[in-house]
Design a protein around this ligand. Structure first.
Ligand SMILES: [Zn+2]
Length: 349
């Protein structure tokens, strides 16, 4: 069966909206609600929240004897206020793993317990070239040396506390979304790009009057970056899971920004050979542009689920993302290929 065409404008519009909805791991309700609202437009879809705040989407299929699941995560890298310094600036602790230099100079929003959103930026503590000279470039970038400078009148700890800032407040990095010549440049394409592919697949299939061959569950997970997102949340009858997450692009990798990738092995070992082979055959039959790759420093929500002892087949597909966990970039071609692959899987026997 041919797969329907994708509404790229819908996909990119949803993606930009989701990227601009801050969701560092632990503070994901707004992004889950944004996704829920988009999916609520489709009458056949049932939406539920899990206790830990993920979104479980149920889409009844033509058959129910072999239910399938897909997952993508809305949580992103971020930080938390670790300490208010004597100079009124903030020390951070990381949410998720990334090199500290990847966020130096970035604009941030600090979300206080009272719901205030304060603006600021991340700087090395010796930031001025005219004051610190060569030290500015030679200093290590780490949790000790980087600080948040709030755009508020504060020069000491008491003044910062008076703004409502406390240890434990969430810090969201500006995504800086820009779409040019088909390229999407933004932080947090991992994994909001894949949430957008899932939503675009639903939109395209519903617009064509199609439904999944087998009942399908989508888990929009919200704790992936800390390793336990999709460890729970699926109905027990689910026998196979396709994780939709970014492909790692860089030296030595086959993945690129113009293809979807099937990952056959990551840090957690090989993915399920039968399910992976089925996905390759589907992509071949539909002429979906894809690569096969291995990710050397990578774990997924599929691994998180398998490590709980779950008995099911797990495979991983996703768009190539350059400079992952840094200022990321992908291309519409990779998003289209990933969305087509999701649809081919949902429609397959
Ligand atoms: Zn991811």
């Amino acid at each position: 069966m041919p797969i329907p065409s994708i509404d790229s404008a819908f996909l990119l519009d949803f993606l930009a909206g989701l990227l601009n909805t801050p969701s560092p791991t632990g503070y994901t309700d707004d992004a889950v609600a944004f996704t829920e609202k988009a999916l609520a437009a489709f009458p056949q879809i049932k939406l539920q929240r899990t206790r830990k705040g993920a979104l479980l989407v149920t889409w009844p299929g033509e058959k129910t004897d072999s239910p399938r699941a897909l997952t993508a995560h809305v949580d992103t890298l971020g930080a938390m206020v670790k300490e208010i310094k004597p100079n009124g600036r903030l020390r951070m602790t990381q949410l998720g793993g990334y090199p500290w230099n990847a966020v130096e100079g970035e604009g941030v929003t600090v979300i206080t317990l009272g719901g205030k959103k304060l603006r600021g930026s991340i700087l090395i503590q010796a930031a001025s070239s005219h004051v610190h000279g060569a030290k500015v470039s030679s200093m290590a970038r780490d949790a000790e040396t980087l600080e948040i400078r709030l755009d508020e009148r504060t020069t000491n700890e008491a003044e910062t506390r008076a703004l409502g800032v406390e240890v434990g407040d969430f810090v969201a990095f500006d995504p800086r979304v820009e779409i040019t010549n088909g390229f999407v440049r933004s932080r947090h394409l991992d994994d909001k790009a894949c949430v957008a592919c899932l939503v675009a697949a639903v939109q395209a299939l519903q617009a064509a009057g199609l439904k999944p061959r087998q009942t399908a569950y989508f888990l929009i997970s919200n704790f992936e970056e800390v390793g336990h997102g999709a460890a729970t949340g699926f109905p027990p009858e689910v026998g196979e899971l396709v994780v939709v997450d970014m492909a790692a692009v860089g030296e030595g990798q086959t993945s690129d920004e113009y293809h979807a990738t099937l990952c056959v092995k990551d840090s957690g070992g090989p993915y399920h050979h039968d399910l992976s082979t089925r996905l390759r055959k589907l992509a071949d039959a539909q002429k979906i542009p894809y690569k096969v790759d291995i990710y050397p420093y990578y774990g997924s929500d599929g691994g998180a689920l398998l490590r709980t002892g779950a008995d099911l087949k797990v495979a991983l597909i996703g768009p190539g993302v350059d400079a992952s966990h840094n200022y990321e970039r992908t291309h519409t071609d990779a998003l289209t290929a990933t969305t087509q692959w999701i649809m081919a899987y949902l429609l397959s026997k």
